[in-house]
Design a protein around this ligand. Structure first.
Ligand code: AMP
Ligand code: GLY
Length: 427
């Protein structure tokens, strides 16, 4: 089998690594410094160059396309591939609006009866300001469209809420993505992610994974794409997965299928466990990065076959099999991330780290330069380890990251700490 993975991050390295175990060749467009070697090859095509991607698949007789990030999905890569007769593991552009438009997702949730925060949609700043003045608790402000994870402001004061409204609707900080905003009721509780493989009709939950969004230790600092993750997360035990899929994922699949757009691919529900039960904060239409890295370390069996079954509408949820071990990944980032950061920094110690038992170093923002690996992005590596339990996985991942040096880098020292506290009965 010949597979094309679209994207250039740690998630795509993990996908290429796992798929490379069963495929004859895996191509990654455009890939990074880690997605080159053996039967894995980079191809210089941008993730939004749909013509280039379709041409490549035809020319190279690709059997399966796996888009990593949301952008190509919202642009319709699956529609284009399907029209060309090429199986593509991901939702069509209509379904990808579940991530691409928060107001669309809200409308589908309402139709499907999925519990979520109350919300109102605005394009007019004055009307939004009036809504805030009338609210008892300041609402959460969300840009409707894709804003690289930055389009949500959880305001602590009405003033902060008003500022966020002006930034989005008046100053157009997110351009067209913020021309329409949602003002949403603020929910309290612990957040969990539920990812399901979907074949249009059936949804098979993946084990739980917990991300770490804040840049610095103790959840301080600015929000990032994710600084580390582990699986399973004690906050969401396996025996609760089916129940949550019934609440947050299966009603959406039924609603989208009823509209003539069966959802195929990964549907990822971000949930808040509130005192009134679980409520959906958002959907993603793809694997999370970095959640994908520890999850795929635990997946046993043939990922390509599972993906093909999803595309063909014949997923057998019993075919998913997982290691009982715990996997944990720590992201090494360039200083300054998620703001501006230097690039081209030399990275040393990758081989000794990767050689440790149970460890896999996934590359995110790296590239090869004269045979050496240098940084090329904000999130640079995700050093991931499989251990007997959470403490063991954590110790192995940090022992591995200790072997790696990169000037002007940083990482969080507390990935998994929340899970360990919960296991110890402390929260
Ligand atoms: P989203 O992209 O919608 O998941 O929002 C990003 C982050 O903002 C979430 O992971 C939550 O931490 C927070 N958030 C979003 N919506 C709400 C809400 N209604 N109440 C409280 N926090 C929220
Ligand atoms: N790590 C969260 C995301 O991929 O959206």
């Amino acid at each position: 089998m010949r597979i094309l993975v679209i994207g250039s991050g740690g998630r795509e390295h993990a996908l290429a690594w796992k798929l490379g175990q069963v495929a004859e060749s895996v191509f990654v467009a455009p890939g990074n410094g880690g997605t080159e070697g053996g039967n894995v090859h980079n191809v210089p095509i941008a993730v939004d160059d749909l013509d280039g991607l379709v041409d490549f698949c035809k020319r190279e007789r690709i059997d399966l396309v796996v888009p990593g990030p949301e952008l190509p999905l919202t642009l319709g890569v699956t529609d284009r591939m399907t029209a060309a007769g090429i199986p593509c593991f991901g939702p069509d552009a209509y379904c990808a609006q579940m991530e691409g438009s928060k107001s669309f997702a809200k409308e589908v949730m309402a139709a499907a009866g999925v519990p979520t925060a109350a919300c109102a949609v605005f394009t007019d700043a004055e009307a939004a300001r009036e809504h805030i003045r009338k609210s008892k608790v300041p609402p959460v402000i969300k840009a409707d469209g894709l804003a690289a994870g930055k389009g949500v402001v959880v305001a602590r004061t009405p003033e902060e809420a008003l500022e966020a409204v002006d930034a989005m609707l008046k100053d157009k900080t997110f351009g067209a993505a913020g021309a329409r905003i949602l003002l949403e009721e603020r929910l309290d509780g612990e957040e969990v992610s539920l990812l399901c493989l979907c074949d249009g009709e059936r949804a098979a939950p993946l084990p739980s994974a917990q991300d770490h969004k804040a840049a610095w230790d103790n959840d301080e600092g600015p929000n990032t794409g994710g600084m580390g993750a582990y699986s399973p997360a004690p906050v969401l035990p396996d025996e609760k997965l089916e129940e949550l899929a019934d609440v947050a994922v299966r009603p959406v699949l039924a609603e989208l299928a009823r509209r003539g757009h069966p959802f195929r691919g990964v549907l990822y529900a971000g949930l808040m466990m509130t005192p009134d039960g679980p409520k959906v904060l958002e959907y993603n239409v793809r694997f999370g990065d970095p959640e994908c890295q520890p999850l795929l370390m635990r997946l046993e069996g043939d990922l390509a076959a599972l993906m093909q079954d999803c595309v063909a509408g014949r997923l057998n949820p019993a075919a998913l099999s997982w290691s009982d071990k715990t996997a944990l990944g720590v992201v090494l980032a360039a200083k300054g991330y998620p703001g501006s950061y230097p690039k081209g920094l030399p990275i040393d110690g990758l081989e000794p780290a990767d050689a440790l038992p149970g460890v896999k170093v996934f590359h995110s923002g790296t590239r090869k330069q004269d045979g050496k690996t240098v940084s090329a992005g904000g999130r640079v590596l995700c050093v991931t380890a499989l251990g007997d339990d959470l403490a063991d996985a954590q110790a192995k991942a940090y022992a591995a990251i200790d072997k790696i040096t990169m000037p002007e880098s940083f990482y969080r020292h507390d990935i998994g700490a929340k899970g360990l506290r919960r296991l110890a009965g402390k929260n």
